[in-house]
Design a protein around this ligand. Structure first.
Ligand SMILES: CC(C)(COP(=O)(O)OP(=O)(O)OC[C@H]1O[C@@H](n2cnc3c(N)ncnc32)[C@H](O)[C@@H]1OP(=O)(O)O)[C@@H](O)C(=O)NCCC(=O)NCCS
Length: 171
């Protein structure tokens, strides 16, 4: 299996993978399309997993802000991630997240935030975000599903405030 940057020829497969992984609904596929067209899109952070010349997974990481009283920090949000249903639970999702983290580090982003399954993301190093002074008001979610990964040391001490997802997340 290889993990590589998504290219235009993958768009149709990425749409299908998201559609299938999320139970035959279009929401996440459309979210990917809106993010791609937005200012927050980072091409090197839309990744596909390819096995035997077939796209089997996709992860999108893109920019958002954390706003405090006098400061605005750029962070990365992870959403969506989707693995082909018959190939789930084989480590493909974890591999995509790990490569995403490596790339965020190389590009100089300090934190990755997400809303997700509280039993899945801690396996790859995510922790509940609110206890670090990070807030989320746009979506009403329990503490344990709003999570953060510290890409660069000390960023969890430096960056506090409200995570604001950009327009692309609101259709
Ligand atoms: C969630 C998802 C991305 C994980 O990718 P994956 O390749 O299946 O996961 P991995 O193989 O890396 O990790 C597998 C482990 O995570 C667990 N896991 C997988 N999906 C999970 C979920 N939805 N909730 C909790 N744990 C989950 C598995 O039970 C497995 O644990 P085990 O090894 O103890 O059996 C994938 O299952 C998927 O596409 N799901 C549908 C779409 C979705 O829910 N996306 C995430 C929204 S937050």
């Amino acid at each position: 299996m290889i993990i590589r940057t998504e290219i235009e020829q993958d768009f149709k497969d990425v749409y299908q993978i998201n559609f299938q992984a999320f139970g035959n609904r279009e929401d996440e596929s459309k979210l990917v399309e809106r993010i791609r067209k937005s200012e927050e899109f980072v091409p090197e952070l839309s990744l596909v997993a390819e096995k035997n010349n077939e796209i089997v997974g996709h992860i999108m990481l893109s920019k958002a802000i954390v706003e405090a009283q006098n400061e605005v920090h750029t962070v990365i949000v992870l959403a969506p991630i989707a693995i082909k249903p018959d190939l789930q639970k084989q480590g493909i999702g974890s591999s995509l997240i790990e490569e995403g983290i490596r790339r965020c580090k190389a590009l100089g982003y300090g934190l990755i935030l997400l809303i997700g399954h509280p039993s899945y993301y801690p396996r790859v190093g995510f922790q509940p975000a609110r206890k670090f002074g990070l807030e989320l008001k746009q979506f009403e979610v329990p503490d344990e599903v709003f999570m953060v990964y510290e890409v660069e040391e000390r960023k969890l001490q430096e960056i506090r405030g409200e995570l604001k997802y950009p327009k692309a997340f609101f259709s």
